[in-house]
Design a protein around this ligand. Structure first.
Ligand code: FES
Ligand code: FES
Length: 503
């Protein structure tokens, strides 16, 4: 079948989705696969006859004879204007979500309410929305900045190599699945756990019989509680549930026969969620076995089932700031707590569920910091690295002060702090995924994670104080400080997320 792509006629097989045709057959890289075929993240948004459409739920057969425009086909000046504006505000960090957002916003009035409404069709996990809205409304132009220093700040905050430049907003930050050789085969995981290999993602999914995940009707659970006979020891207690890190770029790796695997971390740290050595081993094995370049891409459902989560826990704090932590058994947790809070006792609890890791943003120490802050009058939270953040949360929004040495680049530091604040607000109020008593994860869709939408995100104000200290990560301290402030605002509700019931 034929259609017009970015002004030129193209011909592709009529099976599968428009997204698979664009990425696997036609070499388009701006349209990303963040959740296909859920149609919930907006990363694959393109124009069909001038209207925004999510390509992952559009059968390619439906665009026969029509005009499809991806970000590559947008007028050069317009595209560059968006890239410059987003870079100028810090509105694109990893950049995975940004091409789809730009395509969506092309015809949206530069008015905050209109932009926020348009963003309802999208998901961004990095930025916390505010800097995207600023880019869309204010449209700042490129200004002189030291982008190497910006990239260094991004690396420090993201915990992995990260580029900062206008082209990142165009989706060219260097994602593993974008750089795979065009003649690669693609492997996915079948529901049985088998690897299914085909020439395109659509074909592999069809062969594997993959059915898209759904938001389940199973409720959230708080798998650990403070034992009744110890409740009296504490001024305050907190229980947390399973939370999805929700990085937008699904884990992907490619490898040529006899070569070194590429991926999964190529632009951004995924908040500590990606630790997929097994994918690299698999890509190498399958490339050698098939004697062809091989891509492996995890579906969103597989990412949720397999990616590490912060360990759920129950904890109590005493008036003097000491406390006890009952935490899902997780390697290194005793050592961590001994380092950051030597007057806290740790009791590991076996709970069935997905893997847990202390690599996730400020895992466990943020929970302890939040509990300690709740029994003191001061709101300054120190991270284990010595960086600090103070936060307050009210009906007017969230205000944060941070100290972490030289900012290196104000825009980038502010953007990462806003992103961390947004993640903390979601953690306290709204985020969680259902995991049943057998440990099976039920919420497999992007929309079920509870990430705060742009329209629900308050204004976040960041003040950076150069306290003369060494340059270091501070977004983790922001995360903890904003969580502490938001918990205070929620009157120390004893379990998170506090704005959601079991379902
Ligand atoms: S990949 Fe299409 S909406 Fe997420
Ligand atoms: S910049 Fe939006 S998901 Fe990373």
């Amino acid at each position: 079948m034929e259609f017009v792509l970015n002004g030129a006629p193209v011909s592709v097989p009529s099976e599968g989705t428009l997204l698979s045709a664009l990425r696997d057959r036609l070499g388009v890289r701006s349209a990303k696969d963040g959740c296909a075929p859920q149609g919930q993240c907006g990363c694959c948004t393109v124009l069909v006859d001038g209207e925004p459409r999510v390509a992952c739920v559009t059968p390619v057969s439906r665009v026969a004879g029509r005009v499809v425009t991806t970000l590559e086909g947008v007028d050069d000046d317009v595209r560059q204007g968006w890239a410059d504006a987003l870079c100028a505000t810090g509105g694109s960090q990893c950049g995975f979500c940004t091409p789809g957002i730009i395509v969506r916003l092309l015809d949206v009035e530069p008015v905050k309410a209109d932009v926020e409404r348009a963003l309802l069709a999208h998901m961004c996990r990095c930025t916390g929305w505010q800097t995207i809205v600023e880019a869309a409304v204010d449209r700042p132009q490129r200004r002189e900045r030291d982008l190497d220093a910006a990239a260094e700040r991004a690396r420090i905050e993201g915990g992995a190599s990260q580029r900062v430049a206008p082209h990142v907003a165009l989706g060219r930050g260097g994602f593993a699945d974008d750089s795979a050789p065009s003649d690669s085969l693609v492997a996915i995981l079948a529901p049985s756990g088998e690897r299914v290999v085909a020439s395109s993602v659509s074909e592999a999914r069809q062969l594997a019989g993959v059915v898209p995940g759904r938001r389940s009707t199973v409720g959230l659970t708080w798998p650990i509680d403070v034992p009744d006979d110890r409740q009296h020891e504490f001024v305050r207690t907190l229980r947390t549930t399973w939370v999805e890190p929700a990085y937008l770029e699904p884990d992907a790796v490619w490898c040529v026969p006899g070569g070194e695997p590429v991926g999964p971390l190529t632009n951004g740290g995924a908040f500590g969620g990606k630790t997929t050595q097994w994918l690299r081993d698999e890509a190498r094995r399958l490339a050698d076995e098939h004697d062809r370049p091989m891509r492996i891409v995890l579906s969103r459902e597989d990412v949720v089932r397999r990616s590490a989560k912060r360990p759920p826990l129950a904890a109590g704090v005493r008036a003097n700031g000491s406390g006890v932590l009952w935490v899902r058994t997780t390697p290194g947790v005793r050592e961590l707590v001994a380092t950051v809070a030597h007057d806290w006792e740790v009791i590991e609890v076996d709970v069935p569920g997905p893997p847990t890791s202390l690599g996730l943003r400020a895992a466990v120490w943020a929970e302890i910091a939040v509990l300690k802050a709740s029994v003191t009058d001061h709101d300054r939270v120190f991270a284990p690295n010595g960086a600090w953040a103070e936060a307050s949360s009210s009906g007017d929004g969230v205000s944060v002060r941070v100290g972490c040495g030289d900012a290196l680049d104000d825009v980038t530091l502010r953007s990462y702090c806003i992103g961390a604040a947004h993640m903390a607000l979601g953690w306290v109020r709204n985020e969680g995924i259902a995991v049943d008593a057998r440990g099976t994860v039920h919420d497999l869709t992007i929309r079920s994670f509870g990430v705060l939408r742009a329209v629900d995100t308050p204004a976040i104000h960041i003040e950076v104080v150069d306290d003369g200290s060494a340059v270091r990560n501070v977004s983790d301290a922001v995360f903890a400080a904003v969580a502490a402030a938001e918990w205070r605002r929620a009157e120390f509700a004893p379990r998170w997320p506090c704005a959601r019931d079991g379902r």
